[in-house]
Design a protein around this ligand. Structure first.
Ligand code: PMP
Ligand code: GLN
Length: 405
């Protein structure tokens, strides 16, 4: 099938089409297909292999049975909006008006898409850190924006403040921040977040912040950018139930922002999906109101899983970066003699029966070159699965230097 030339050009620029004009599968879909066809343990695409809290699941089942199956209101069910506002107050001391400052979306992805489409004029610049979640590049391109990136530097994936200062200019319309950060597992320091706020003020930019891993941190508690002085009035805060409640397939997300931004974003969102997930919305409300034990429990369990996998990777010979949040850890395959993570990840199912994702999938060419041997592993799997993966990886033989296979 052929598609229109202008769409093709835009889609190619956004990395959605290969140079041959065929639709490019995301790295996650590609690697999950590889895991399925080889029977390897899938530590590539980030999705949990266990169900979330039964209260949440039972509420969705009950809602379907109770007939909550038609279009919910455009902003989202009032009770979910109330639960989101309560959550922001309870965890972060943020006061948001559930009637005007909350919008329920089809996952965080739609919240990001609708925000960018609402905010950007063609040619406006969007600054993100690099590596960046793959959808950012595609969505900025689809919205006609120009993507500028600020590298996160090894060993702990921190940005250089000067590089951040240089990237944000009067051409910047949006600073799109992901914290805690996929794929690196870094939790950005408060100084970085404060600098983002300072630069947004100086250059009159909007901060769009993707905080889907807000409850999955293993050190200091998560600090939403909107909670910093001066940030709220220009910040769109995005999250999603997928990570917190192990329901990635439900695609219920949300954003909180000043009312005029919510109105602008809703104007776009109503023509993207209009609404979604009616019976899942009350379930998310129940989840957001679960006790503190639940939230500390998921972070504690995941921290243990991080430790199991990180230890296994170290024992297998990888150099392992710290992961303070998300459910991802970055490991360097270079000490094992593998200099090209793309080839390494293609070969890994055969070498060790494990699937992972090359970090270059989250990078542009120039940055990817400096991180060519880095691999992202997901640890949102049962402990016995991670132990089995670690045992398999322990059998990896170091390659003679120069060889990639
Ligand atoms: N942002 C980041 C950083 C993610 O890792 C993901 C992962 N799935 C998303 C957004 C998408 O969230 P959702 O599935 O709620 O659209
Ligand atoms: N966020 C998940 C990851 O980073 C995958 C989401 C997707 O497949 N689009 O692995």
């Amino acid at each position: 099938m052929t598609v229109s030339g202008s769409w093709q050009a835009a889609a190619r620029g956004a990395g959605l089409l290969g140079t041959d004009g065929r639709i490019a599968a995301t790295i996650f879909a590609e690697m999950s297909a590889l895991a399925a066809s080889t029977g390897a343990i899938n530590l590539g695409q980030g999705f949990p292999d266990e169900d979330g809290p039964s209260e949440v699941l039972d509420t969705a089942i009950g809602a379907i049975r109770a007939g909550v199956n038609q279009y919910p209101p455009g902003l989202g069910l009032p009770d979910l909006r109330a639960a989101i506002a309560e959550h922001q107050a309870r965890f972060y001391g943020l006061t948001v008006d559930p009637e005007r400052e909350v919008l329920v979306t089809a996952g965080a992805t739609e919240a990001i898409a609708a925000s960018l489409l609402a905010l950007l004029e063609p040619g406006d610049e969007v600054v993100t850190f690099e590596p960046f979640y793959d959808a950012y590049g595609g969505l900025i391109g689809l919205a006609g924006g120009v993507h500028r990136t600020v590298p996160l530097h090894l060993p702990d994936f921190r940005p250089d403040p000067e590089e951040l200062r240089r990237a944000v200019t009067d051409r910047t319309r949006v600073i799109l921040v992901n914290n805690p950060h996929n794929p690196t597992g870094t939790v950005l320091p408060r100084e970085t977040l404060e600098l983002v706020v300072e630069l947004a003020h100086r250059h009159d930019a909007v901060i769009v912040t993707d905080e889907v891993y807000e409850h999955l941190t293993f050190g200091p508690r998560h600090v939403p950018i909107a909670s910093l002085p001066g940030a709220r009035a220009r910040t769109v805060t995005i999250s999603s139930g997928g990570k917190t409640f192990n329901t990635t397939g439900w695609k219920v997300g949300w954003l909180t922002a000043p009312a005029e931004l919510v109105t602008a974003i809703l104007a776009v969102k109503q023509f993207l999906t209009y609404v979604n997930g009616a019976p899942f919305q009350p379930a998310m409300a129940v989840g957001l109101r679960l006790g503190d034990d639940f939230f500390t429990g998921i972070a504690r369990d995941l921290r243990h899983k991080r430790d199991v996998l990180s230890e296994g990777l170290r024992a297998a010979g990888f150099t392992v970066s710290p992961s303070d949040g998300t459910y991802f850890v970055v490991a360097d395959a270079a000490p094992l003699g593998y200099s090209d993570a793309v080839e390494f990840c293609q070969a890994l199912p055969g070498l060790a029966g494990v699937v992972a994702v090359p970090l270059s999938a989250f990078c542009r060419d120039a940055y990817a070159a400096s991180t060519a041997s880095l691999v992202r592993f997901a640890f949102c799997k049962r402990v016995d699965v991670l132990e089995q993966a670690a045992a398999r990886l322990a059998g990896l033989r170091p390659q003679p230097s120069g060889s990639t296979r």
